[in-house]
Ligand binder design. Structure first.
Ligand SMILES: Cc1ncc(COP(=O)(O)O)c(C=O)c1O
Length: 414
């Protein structure tokens, strides 16, 4: 049976026609846009054009042009995520944004910050370090497995709240488990209980809707260099107006406008010393690229990407489940996963030692030139497959064939 045709209504037999805009290394099957999302050519070109412009007259650029140009880029990004530009900051990446939130939150001894065991390791470290400074503590809840309803997740978090909870930190789309979390329902519940929420959203731009005017969170941090495919080193932090005055920079610099504009809470963050601002200024080119994917219509471009990516992730899910006999513990629905899926692997796959590449991941790379990460989660090994417009069913075929071969090796102890 042609599994691809049976499970997907969109054609994934070939890459999307706009997939040729990426210049990826020939001979490599890149199934890891979720970790590092390379930019298509028009975005690389825009970044280069900005760099050249900066280099031609840096004095004029940094002192007179930078702030208005950043404003224009911020307006475009704000419209995309349903925010007022005034509430949005550019930061290097989601990690940077999360550090600003951790530094700014008032925490005292005995306070708690609530996370869960799907959260990203670096985010856990950020909050552990911050809590350690003042004698507060990170509390980690465990959601049910399989996850079958949003209500289960919301109830688990509600049950874990205590009078000491100062913040809930939650991914919009998780890293290890590639799951789309019901962030709006969590925000509603948390606010009814008087607890602020910080959403960790680096995988969300383009993958799922972000409407910050309606989401109801207090802080939202994301990276544009994943699925939006903007240049590396582009992220944002959105902060609800009620928290803006208490926000502290992680890098202290002049804290004022270089162009002599009137004071704004952005001032502490816009200028963190002399650096390359070209990546931020190329974010509009990434948005324009999706408009081109949609033949002149941005929403249609994003929808085309989601349909293509999800159909491929779904194909990977069905093929790997059939190969391993192990079920993915989230519902088979675009409400729960997008262009990225994380799949459990058999016990025969060795554990990943911290700081080292898993031996199976290494084999997939060395013997098959396939880039796809393996992670440890809840004592098991998982493989995560990410698909963008340049991928096709042939990549998934190649991946599952290689995986079958390598699993056979590991189970026979070869
Ligand atoms: C859920 C999650 N949070 C935070 C991050 C950190 O993102 P960045 O490296 O862009 O700062 C990642 C990166 O993969 C992630 O998956």
């Amino acid at each position: 049976m042609d599994v691809a045709a049976a499970i997907t209504p969109v054609s994934i037999a070939a890459p999307h026609p706009m997939g040729s805009a990426w210049s990826l290394e020939p001979g490599v099957t890149f199934l890891n846009h979720g970790s590092f999302g390379p930019s298509p050519q028009p975005v690389l070109q825009a970044r280069e054009d900005w760099s050249r412009r900066i280099e031609r007259e840096p004095m004029d650029f940094f002192v007179r042009r930078l702030e208005p140009e950043l404003d224009l880029a911020r307006e475009r990004l704000a419209a995309f995520v349903g925010a007022r530009p005034a509430d949005l900051l550019f930061v290097d990446n989601a990690t940077f944004g999360m550090n600003i939130v951790a530094r700014s939150l008032t925490l005292r001894s005995g306070d708690e910050v609530l996370l869960n065991d799907h959260e990203y390791g670096a985010v856990l470290r950020i909050w552990r370090a911050r809590c350690d400074e003042v004698g507060a503590r990170v509390r980690i809840v465990r959601f049910p497995e399989p996850l079958t309803s949003s209500a289960d997740l919301v109830d688990t978090l509600r049950d874990a709240l205590t009078p000491s909870t100062r913040l809930i930190v939650l991914s919009h789309v998780t890293s290890q488990t590639a799951t789309i979390f019901p962030v709006r329902a969590v925000c509603e519940m948390a606010h009814a209980q008087g607890v602020p929420v910080c959403i960790d959203g680096p995988h969300a731009p383009c993958v799922t809707e972000i409407d910050l005017s309606r989401l109801g969170c207090d802080y939202y941090t994301a990276s544009c260099h994943k699925w939006l495919s903007a240049p590396f080193g582009t992220g944002f932090l959105w902060v609800h107006p009620r928290h803006q005055k208490s926000l502290r920079p992680v890098v202290t610099s002049w804290g004022g406008s270089l162009a002599g504009r009137s004071p704004h809470w952005h001032d502490e963050f816009n200028w963190s010393g002399t650096r390359d601002y070209a990546p931020f200024l190329a974010i509009p080119a990434a948005l324009d690229f999706f408009t081109e994917v949609g033949a002149g219509n941005f929403d249609r471009g994003v929808a085309a990407f989601r349909a293509h990516g999800h159909a491929l992730a779904r194909l990977a899910r069905h093929k790997v489940e059939a190969l391993t006999g192990l079920a993915c513990p989230i519902p088979d629905s675009p409400d729960w996963y997008g262009p990225m899926i994380s799949l459990p692997l058999p016990e025969s796959v060795p554990e990943t030692t911290h700081g080292q590449m898993n031996p199976l991941q290494q084999r997939l790379w060395e013997a098959h030139r396939i880039e796809t990460p393996l992670v440890n989660w809840r004592g098991r090994r998982w493989v995560r497959v990410s698909c963008h417009l340049y991928n096709s069913a042939a990549d998934i075929e190649q991946f599952t064939k290689a995986l079958a071969e390598e699993l056979e090796r590991f189970s026979s102890g070869a």
